[in-house]
Design a binder for this molecule. Structure first.
Ligand code: NAI
Length: 332
C-alpha cells in the first residue's frame, strides 16, 4: 500500500521523509507531473497518489487511477482547480488537500514582490554588481498612504491585509464573505468595482473557479486607475495575460508582480535555462522592466513545507486506517 508522489522535488522530499517517521507509510517519488502520459506508472499496490498544483487530474486520468485501485488523491497544496472532483466522486476516490499552511508565507511573498517593484531593488541589485551606483531610473514610490485593494480575504488575503495596514496603507477589500474581524482592524469592504476603481495597488488572493477566470481582463482593467500595480500570488488563470500585456504597453499597469501564470504547467518548477521557450507571452512579460515573475514560490518556506508534509501524511494515514481526516481537508 504505497503513496506515489508526482512532481516531487528534492526540497520537499526531505520534509516528507522527516515527517513520515511518525507514520511509516511507504512513499515513492516521481519527478514527472501526473497526466495521461504517465498513468501507467501507477501499479495495483498504489493506495494514494500525492499531487501538486500543476498535476492534471482530468476525468480520463482519474478513471485510470480508479481502475488501478487508487483510493486517495492527496493534494499537497490548498488550491484544487486542477482536479475534476465530480469524476473522483463518481469513481469513489477520496480527495484531500492542505487547507492552510502558513498563509503568512504566501502573503509575505506578495509583499516582497510589491516592495521589489515599488523600490526597484531587482534593478538596483544587478546595477550595483556591475559597479554602477547611479540612481537614474530607480525612482520609486511610498506604500504609506496608498490604497491597497485585496480581492479575497481568506487566510492569505487576511495576512496580506494586516501587513499592509502596518505599512500605513488604506486597505479596501472585496470578498463574497466579508470578515468582521478584519473590518474591525481597519479594512474597508467595498463592491468589486469600487475596489478596482480606487486601488493604487491590487493584490489577488481568491481561488480560481469557473466563475472568476480572467477576473482581470480588458474590461476590469478599464475600471482601474492609470498606473495601477497588480500582484498575483493566487492562480494564473485569474489574469488574462494578453490583456495585461496590452495594459503594460499603455502604462495602465505600471507594475506587475506574478508568482503564477496561466500557462505555467510547462514552465514552472523546471530548469529551462538551456531550452528554447516557445511560450511568447511569458517571454514578452519577462521583457518588461516593470514586471517581476517568480515561479510559483510563494509557499516555499521551511514553515510551510513542514506543515504541508505533516498534514498530507496524516490525512493519508487516517484514510489508510479507515478513519476520516479533519473535515476542512476533505474535498470528496
Ligand atoms: P481561502 O479559502 O482561505 O480564502 C479564499 C477567499 O477568497 C475566501 O474568503 C473566499 O470567500 C474568497 N473568494 C472566493 N471567490 C472569490 C471571488 N470571486 N472574489 C472575491 N473573493 C472570492 O484560501 P487561501 O488559503 O487564502 O488561498 C487563496 C489562494 O491562494 C488559493 O486558492 C490558491 O490559489 C493560492 N495559493 C497560492 C500559493 C502560491 O504558492 N503562490 C500557495 C497557496 C495558495
Amino acid at each position: 500500500m504505497k503513496t506515489l508522489f508526482f512532481s516531487a522535488k528534492p526540497y520537499e522530499k526531505q520534509f516528507f521523509n522527516h515527517h513520515n517517521t511518525h507514520h511509516n507509510l511507504e512513499l515513492e517519488y516521481l519527478d514527472t507531473h501526473l497526466g495521461p502520459h504517465i498513468v501507467n506508472a501507477v501499479d495495483e499496490n498504489t493506495f494514494a497518489v500525492c499531487v501538486f498544483v500543476n498535476d492534471r487530474l482530468t476525468p480520463e486520468v482519474i478513471e485510470a487511477l480508479a481502475a488501478k485501485g487508487v483510493k486517495v488523491i492527496a493534494l499537497r497544496c490548498a488550491g484544487f482547480n486542477n482536479v475534476h472532483l465530480d469524476t473522483a466522486r463518481q469513481q469513489g476516490i477520496r480527495v484531500c488537500r492542505v487547507p492552510a499552511y502558513s498563509p503568512e508565507a504566501v502573503a509575505e511573498h506578495a509583499v516582497a514582490m510589491l516592495l521589489t517593484l515599488n523600490r526597484k531593488t531587482h534593478k538596483a541589485y544587478n546595477r550595483v554588481r556591475e559597479q554602477n551606483f547611479s540612481l537614474n531610473g530607480l525612482l520609486g514610490f511610498n506604500l504609506y498612504g496608498k490604497t491597497v485593494g485585496v480581492i479575497g480575504t481568506g487566510k492569505i488575503g487576511r495576512a496580506f491585509a494586516r501587513i499592509m495596514l502596518g505599512f500605513g496603507c488604506k486597505v479596501l477589500a472585496y470578498d463574497l464573505y466579508p470578515d468582521e474581524g478584519l473590518a474591525q482592524l481597519g479594512v474597508t469592504y467595498a463592491p468589486f468595482e469600487t475596489v478596482l476603481q480606487q486601488a493604487d495597488i491590487l493584490s489577488l488572493h481568491c481561488p480560481l473557479t469557473p466563475d472568476n477566470r480572467y477576473l482581470i481582463s480588458e474590461n476590469t482593467l478599464g475600471m482601474m486607475k492609470k498606473g495601477v500595480t497588480i500582484i498575483n500570488t493566487s492562480r494564473g488563470g485569474l489574469i488574462n495575460t494578453k490583456d495585461a500585456i496590452e495594459a503594460l504597453k499603455t502604462g495602465k499597469i505600471a507594475y506587475l508582480g506574478i508568482d503564477v501564470y496561466e500557462q505555467e504547467e510547462k514552465l514552472f518548477f523546471h530548469d529551462l535555462s538551456g531550452a528554447i521557450i516557445e511560450d511568447d507571452m511569458i517571454q514578452r512579460l519577462m521583457s518588461f522592466p516593470n514586471v517581476l515573475v517568480t515561479g510559483h514560490q510563494a509557499f516555499l518556506t521551511n514553515e510551510a513545507l513542514a506543515q504541508i508534509a505533516d498534514t498530507t501524511l496524516s490525512s493519508i494515514a487516517a484514510f489508510a486506517a479507515g478513519e476520516t481526516p479533519a473535515a476542512d481537508r476533505i474535498l470528496v
